[in-house]
Design a protein around this ligand. Structure first.
Ligand code: SIN
Length: 516
């Protein structure tokens, strides 16, 4: 049986950041598809860091906490934003080419809820791809990359993680024993029908940790990105918030710009507010567009988006891009401390799969690539201080019970419909109870360690993981009887605890106004 020091599950930026800094260890990186299939590769906007002369980590800190609706882990936020500029500089020294002006100064974009221009980008709108590919190329010579194997369950001895079971496309099940396991497999965007996430993001790592008994946190906080390209009733890709940062405006089919009546930050208001406003406009029968006529060099600044529009028959010369909100980011996840440790011994989590508390109830734009880099390095540094004691294999003993028979599973589409309709942008007790009752029909699959997932096909395992994530999000959303950030309850619409630059902000039915 293969043995190793560290197993990393996932291949996005957070996974590669840990791997990069563990050159001296024996590391295996296991990914269910090819290494390049990750949300990080799709990230357009960039990396937020207070590098401008008129900016400071304190401003970045305040913006992160305000967007996060005071639900953040303050200590971890401080660490993130203080480390940001240093981290960025280190990658520039290593050779990452971020976009600069003619004088070699970093070009800084602006995104929602940022008080300053501080978004560093690469390849125009291909930051995630540029950075993730760079890390992969730096890392691949000393990390063993295992592609096309889905991690299906953790190998456990009581509360100690000893490794992971995987399954490949031929149905072969393998066991990998390791001193430490790091879950870096992203969030669970695919549980919703409309999402900016890669199709492979079915919440596998989160469900696997839950089955093993790890504590999860903040699962009700789901961020919907306001502007996905919307074609024939389907979201087909992301239109970065940086587009609004460069001057685009949200309008209805009649050309009416509406965000300035809703929030004093207008089109760059926090994402939850923009998404709810668009959602409500669409519920009333409107179509919503981004008016991009103010952006002169659109195709140079946004080559990826221009290509996406072209592929989908949208002529950017028309100045209008049809948009709708879609699931973008899970603020919750596997609960970790500042070193990435979960409540299970030897099990770590990082990136979107983890909940370090840095994003609070609503993530500030472009903080997630930064989180992946900063906390990836921190976990690697911490792991470097630990011994590589191999688990005692005689103790490997998952308490797996077999289901007597294999009951019918729903389809992925059915799960997505339930989540979008009842656990989406607007939630209510009645809707959440409906969703929970629906999920309860599949309760046997969701319970911790009650069945042997190895007997299931990869598609069935993904469905089980989606059911697990969906049920947990719905249960957590029912329990949180308030509206906050990415969790909006129409039966608890008022929240008077948010302040912006010292002034109180009030929400009345999704309309947010600053008290004067
Ligand atoms: C975007 O480009 O709008 C997405 C960036 C992010 O979610 O951080």
């Amino acid at each position: 049986m293969p043995q190793t020091d560290v197993i990393i599950i996932g291949s996005g930026l957070a996974a590669l950041s840990v791997a990069y800094h563990l050159r001296h260890k024996h590391v295996k990186l296991i990914t269910k598809s090819t290494w390049s299939e990750s949300n990080s590769m799709l990230a357009q906007g960039g990396i937020a860091a207070a590098v401008a002369q008129n900016d400071s980590w304190k401003n970045h800190f305040e913006d992160t906490i305000t967007a996060g609706c005071d639900h953040n882990n303050v200590k971890n936020v401080k660490y993130l934003v203080q480390e940001g500029p240093t981290e960025l500089n280190e990658w520039i020294q290593r050779g990452v080419k971020f976009d600069c002006d003619q004088n070699g100064r970093l070009l800084l974009g602006k995104e929602g809820a940022h008080s300053h221009h501080r978004i560093i980008h690469a390849g125009g709108d291909a930051t995630g791809k540029e950075l993730t590919s760079f890390l992969f190329n730096q890392t691949k010579s000393y990390v063993q990359i295992i592609e096309n194997e889905i991690a299906i369950d953790l190998i456990m001895d009581q509360n100690q993680c000893q490794g992971v079971y995987t399954k490949n496309k031929q149905g072969e099940v393998k066991s990998y024993i390791s001193s430490h396991v790091i879950i870096a497999s992203g969030g669970c965007g695919a549980v919703y029908g409309q999402t900016s996430n890669a199709d492979v993001i079915t919440g596998d790592g989160i469900a696997m940790a839950f089955r093993a008994g790890a504590e999860l946190s903040d699962m009700e906080f789901v961020q919907f990105h306001p502007t996905m390209l919307y074609i024939s009733g389907k979201c087909v890709g992301l239109i970065s918030e940086a587009v609004r940062g460069e001057g685009a405006t949200l309008i209805t089919q009649n050309g009416d710009a509406f965000m300035h009546n809703i929030h004093y930050q207008g089109d760059l208001a926090p994402r939850d507010i923009v998404s709810r406003t668009i959602f409500e406009k669409m519920e009333k029968g409107n179509e919503v567009f981004l008016d991009i006529t103010a952006i002169k060099n659109f195709s140079t600044r946004f080559p990826t988006i221009s290509a996406l529009c072209k592929q989908n028959g949208i002529d950017i010369a028309s100045g209008k891009i049809p948009v709708a909100p879609g699931m973008h980011f899970l603020m919750g996840g596997i609960k970790t401390n500042e070193n990435g440790e979960t409540t299970i011994q030897n099990l770590f989590a990082v990136g979107e799969a983890a909940c370090t508390g840095v994003h609070g109830a609503n993530r500030l734009a472009s903080n997630s690539l930064l989180e992946g880099l900063v906390f990836g390095k921190r976990i690697a540094n911490y792991l470097s201080t630990l011994s590589n004691e191999q688990p005692d294999l005689r103790k490997e003993s998952n308490q797996i019970k077999q289901l007597k028979e294999k009951p019918d599973l729903p389809t992925k589409k059915q799960i997505q419909e339930i989540m979008t309709t009842y656990v989406g942008i607007l939630r209510s007790k009645t809707g959440l109870l409906y969703a929970i009752n629906w999920f309860e029909k599949y309760r046997e699959y969701i319970s911790i360690q009650i069945f042997n997932v190895k007997d299931f096909t990869i598609n069935e395992i993904e469905i089980i993981n989606m059911l697990t994530n969906g049920w947990i999000i719905a249960m957590s959303a029912l329990k949180r009887t308030e509206s906050r950030g990415g969790h909006y309850r129409i039966d608890y619409p008022k929240r008077n605890d948010l302040t912006w630059q010292g002034k109180q902000v009030i929400i009345t039915n999704s309309e947010m106004v600053m008290e004067v």
